[in-house]
Design a protein around this ligand. Structure first.
Ligand SMILES: Cc1ncc(COP(=O)(O)O)c(C=O)c1O
Length: 276
């Protein structure tokens, strides 16, 4: 993803090639930073408030300095013109800062990766991998921290096994989430998705889909579902802000058709995003 613009607290817009974080920032040394990734539609961020709410909540659970929302909104305003009223990706990062020092806020604007639409057309393949069910606060349930090395390693393992993405399943075989997505499957007119009390990320797209599902003719069940339930479903798909709704056509070797729900919800999501 090539970086189009970068703005940093205390400095404003800077050259995207320039260093922006201190070498002794705990974000770099220990992964102590919270972040958000969201999509820019036609130059406008979709559900920025919900992302800033989640960023503030993540920072609180990680005991980072409180997120200064207004400053991040200003940084967002600085990088957005570089989207030139088109689609792009916005990352917001809030770091711990050096010990005893001030946190840093960053807004990074990048190009939308081209591969997403190709995979949407053909459908993604996925493998289930063992993941951790975050049942205690220090396991950071629902937190989007930059300590994403485990998620990235799972992604690499999925690729090593010839799949596009990883879906985490806990030691009891309960489906959790993707390495960077929430997971859904359809049985008839019912959509199932893992419940938030499993310690998964409360996806902003997941929340949008909960709102859109009813009007699109689907009932949603949230819960603790075994992998076998997804494997016997009619359709599987994932959701995230940047990838939006991606159909899954293969999970652990089981094949699915490109599904109707993924297509209808993708369309509804775009209509919702066009209204903001
Ligand atoms: C682990 C994980 N789950 C779910 C999601 C989807 O969240 P959202 O819809 O807010 O992008 C993400 C997004 O990056 C993620 O990293």
């Amino acid at each position: 993803m090539s970086l189009l613009a970068l703005a940093v607290t205390g400095r404003g817009l800077i050259d995207p090639q320039e260093p922006a974080v201190r070498a002794d920032d705990e974000a770099l040394l220990r992964g102590r930073a919270a972040f958000e990734t969201l999509k820019i539609y036609g130059g406008r961020p979709f559900r920025l408030d919900a992302h800033l709410d989640r960023l503030a909540a993540s920072a609180e659970v990680m005991a980072l300095p409180a997120v200064e929302r207004r400053r991040l909104e200003v940084l967002t305003g600085l990088v957005l013109p570089k989207a030139e009223q088109g689609d792009a990706v916005l990352r917001l990062v809030w770091t711990a800062g050096p010990q005893g020092g001030p946190p840093s806020g960053l807004a990074l604007l990048s190009e939308l990766p081209a591969w997403i639409e190709d995979v949407r057309l053909r459908g993604a393949s996925a493998v289930s991998l063992l993941g951790v069910r975050a049942t205690a606060p220090w396991l950071l349930p629902g937190v989007k921290s930059t300590s994403y090395a485990v998620n990235m390693a799972a992604d690499a393992e999925a690729k090593r096994r010839g799949a596009d993405e990883a879906i985490f399943v806990d030691g009891d075989g309960i489906v959790l989430e993707g390495s960077v997505t929430n997971v859904w499957w359809r049985v008839g007119k019912t959509l199932r998705t893992p419940a938030l009390d499993l310690g998964i990320l409360a996806g902003v797209t997941r929340q949008t889909l909960l709102e859109l599902a009813g009007p699109c003719g689907y009932v949603v069940e949230e819960g603790a579902f075994p992998l076998a339930d997804a494997l016997s479903a009619d359709e599987v798909f994932t959701s995230s802000s940047v990838r939006e709704i991606l159909p899954v056509v293969e999970l652990d070797g089981r094949r699915y058709e490109l599904g109707a729900a993924a297509a209808v919800l993708q369309q509804a999501l775009h209509e919702r995003a066009a209204k903001v």
